[in-house]
Write a protein that binds this ligand. Structure first.
Ligand code: FES
Length: 139
């Protein structure tokens, strides 16, 4: 075997060994990640609404990365609290039933859809269920 033949065979063998690892395991180094991808999270917690911001219409609080708001008509909404632009915690605006990012002004509707940029990706929204004074927030 010549030197050229040896290098050719070793190089081909290495490529054959690495290719299946990329195809079968989805190694992060083998594929390009989306810059703005936000992984959905599993959420399940309960809040006592007998006191604090959620005791009155228009109130809101942030818990475990979720902003929970009590609308002016007394219903509850919950969406991820980190703005999709650069991660700033958003605020609830009860007068418009929407969310505003104080950093660069992105606005989201009550379901987490973008109303105004610079954010281009919406926020995950979560379900709520009220039982007495216990509000369950879950995905
Ligand atoms: S971080 Fe929210 S608009 Fe920029």
């Amino acid at each position: 075997m010549t030197r050229k033949e040896f290098i050719s065979q070793v190089g081909t063998g290495a490529a054959i060994l690495l290719l299946p690892a990329c195809l079968t395991t989805g190694l992060s180094s083998c594929k390009k990640k989306k810059k703005d991808a936000i992984e959905p999270r599993s959420i399940d917690f309960t809040l006592d609404i007998s006191s604090g911001p959620l005791a009155t219409n228009g109130g809101a609080l942030v818990n475990d990365g979720v902003i929970v708001a009590r609308t002016m008509d007394g219903s509850f909404i919950a969406i991820a609290s980190a703005c999709t632009h650069q991660g700033t915690t958003i605020n609830y605006v009860s007068s418009t039933n929407s969310f505003l990012c104080p950093n660069h002004g992105a606005r989201y509707d009550a379901n987490g859809n973008v109303l105004q940029g610079p954010a281009t990706k919406g926020l995950e929204d979560y379900k709520t269920s009220l039982n007495g004074n216990s509000l369950r927030v879950f995905s």
